[in-house]
Design a protein around this ligand. Structure first.
Ligand SMILES: O=C[C@H](O)COP(=O)(O)O
Length: 250
């Protein structure tokens, strides 16, 4: 039985007063009996601040990116160990914004997944196709290639420590959500692809959906058998909305 994970990716949003109010709303409404896991991924600089606001609440902390290097003269970079040292348990790797805006290729993403695991962080490996790729009918090819880059570099066993997030690029921040059927189709194909390599890992791995998920569509998406949670952008910046999704997840 896979526990659901609801992860908020705040991207480059927030300020101390905004975060204080967001976290107040979240911690006040968060029910301790919630069975799903809740995670927030603030901008790196606010991680210690958010950690102080989480206190004893059952909310995990994650980074949005990490360096592929362990340490050294890499100006502006933040390592997995540094994230770990500041209370993170997770880190998002290979988000489509990192891939398209910062030129992160599959090989680099695979390297970062490896570094996250070495730092005892759970990488949330993002995969997904553009609208053009979907229209050409290459969705699964693209997604498999993104997954296989990690499997080829680190071996299939590494995926025991990975969460996958399927994020169709055309659904990110657009208000256009993949239909539950479209999302389930890809999630199930991802699991089938992994099953060919290791049935147990395929069964146990969490596959999150990301792309305009909100309280109004979360129920249908999270009811799909292969959707194990959400990686939520815009809706994670509103306490009521985010907590409503967490409650739907159970
Ligand atoms: O990491 C989150 C995804 O990019 C989804 O963002 P969104 O919920 O704003 O569409």
């Amino acid at each position: 039985m896979r526990t659901k994970l609801i992860a908020g990716n705040w991207k480059m949003h927030g300020s101390k007063p905004f975060i204080e109010s967001l976290m107040k709303g979240m911690t006040e409404q968060l029910d301790a009996s919630l069975e799903s896991d809740v995670l927030v991924c603030p901008p790196t600089i606010y991680i210690p601040f958010v950690e102080s606001l989480i206190g004893d609440h059952k909310i995990a902390l994650g980074g949005q990116n990490l360096s592929e290097q362990a340490q050294g003269a890499y100006t502006g970079e933040v390592s997995g160990d540094m994230l770990k040292d500041n209370g993170c348990q997770y880190v998002i790797v290979g988000h489509s914004e990192r891939r398209s805006l910062y030129g992160e290729m599959d090989v680099l993403v695979a390297h970062k997944v490896g570094k996250a695991i070495e730092s005892e962080l759970t990488p949330i490996l993002c995969v997904g196709e553009t609208l053009e790729q979907r229209e050409k009918g290459t969705t699964m090819q693209v997604v498999q290639q993104q997954l296989d880059a990690v499997i080829d570099a680190l071996g299939i066993d590494a995926l025991q420590q990975v969460v996958v997030a399927y994020e169709p690029v055309w659904a990110i921040g657009t208000g256009v959500t993949a239909s539950p059927e479209q999302a389930q189709e890809v999630h199930s194909a991802i699991r089938a692809h992994l099953r060919d390599k290791n049935a147990q890992i395929a069964e146990e791995i969490k596959i999150l959906y990301g792309g305009s998920m909100k309280a109004a569509n979360a129920e249908e998406l999270l009811a799909q058998p292969d959707i194990d949670g959400g990686l939520i952008g815009g809706a994670s910046l509103k306490a009521d909305e985010f907590i409503a999704i967490c409650k739907i997840a159970g």
